[in-house]
Design a protein around this ligand. Sequence first.
Ligand SMILES: *Cc1c(COP(=O)(O)O)cnc(C)c1O
Length: 385
Amino acid sequence: MSSINYESIVQKDAAYVMQTYGRQPIVLDSGKGALVYDINGVEYIDCVAGIAVNNVGHCHPRVVEAIKSQAEKLIHVSNLYYTEVQANLAEELVKLTGMERAFFCNSGAEAVEAAMKLARVTTGKTEFIAAERSFHGRTMGSLSVTYKEMYRAPFKPLVQKEIFVPYDNAAAMEEAINENTAAIIIEPIQGEGGIHVPSDDYLKEVRHICDEHEILLIFDEVQTGFGRTGKWFCKDHFGIQPDIMCMAKAMGGGVPMGGIVSKKGITFTKSQHASTFGGNPLACAAALGSIAAIKEERLLEHTTEVGKYFMDKLREADISGLKEVRGRGLMIGLEMERNCIEIVDYARKNGVLLNNTSETVIRIAPPLVITKEQVDRVVEVIEQA
Ligand SMILES: *Cc1c(COP(=O)(O)O)cnc(C)c1O
């Protein structure tokens, strides 16, 4: 019955869905905390978390309750009207980030688009400098600052020529600035590029360079936000503020949602930007539920502690072909000497979901609620693989 189910679902996908994804061969059906279950009831420890989305775990009661009660009251009204939940979420985000205002959209790429539009309209300049290995999204604007040539090549011309400089090299950033530069856009820890943590002074130096040259600094915290690295936002490790910050992924506790926050004096004015769904009541309620859960379960502290435990265990483990373990909090990368697709396959067959950002880097980004016992099991399976 179930296996017929699996085949029929895969066939239906093959017949009707545009085949843009290389999917893992399982059909997921339910989840709780750091665990997910497939249609046969097989349990997996989820070290993917919907790509750094399910930070508070699958179906966290706080988020479920927030969605349920909001869904019974009001699901959508557009931005032609005020809603209390959207105002409350904006206030909460301003307090959490130390920024001044928020704009809401529905995804990471949209957040990057909004940041790019805001930087252009604020500075009157047009170009963006980004880092090698960067990932900022797949829309035309965000793709223009995304490094991988394979993603960009079929869609040229994009909104600007390529301006990519080595990551973790402030001098290279400075050299790339010219009279057309509107902003530098950067991930405080690179995610899709393979989990790269910059040296301690890098972002501070980049901040200084932006101030000197009077250009804006955009942090893309789409992947690093909402506790992923053990702080609300990764910028808090480095003690500096960008001019504009992008967020999405974990923002809505699993409900699609994105946004930007900006510093004093940097803001869209009437009609400069809009989104039908942006800041929709259901998404805002889910986001507030998720933020409440991070606070109530002290997930920042938990992430710092379990993240360190996880990385120590991985470093101590006997993992053949392991070159490097890097990361911060529960955003961890394993650089391997060998092709890690086999490891991902082995792990899945043994109850652990992993994801590789390239042929040689495994990304570990579990729900922040993962326990040390679950971490032990994950390390054991990677060792066996
Ligand atoms: C995932 C990601 C994006 C794109 O987000 P989507 O919601 O897929 O559009 C942008 N920036 C970073 C850093 C990301 O990790």
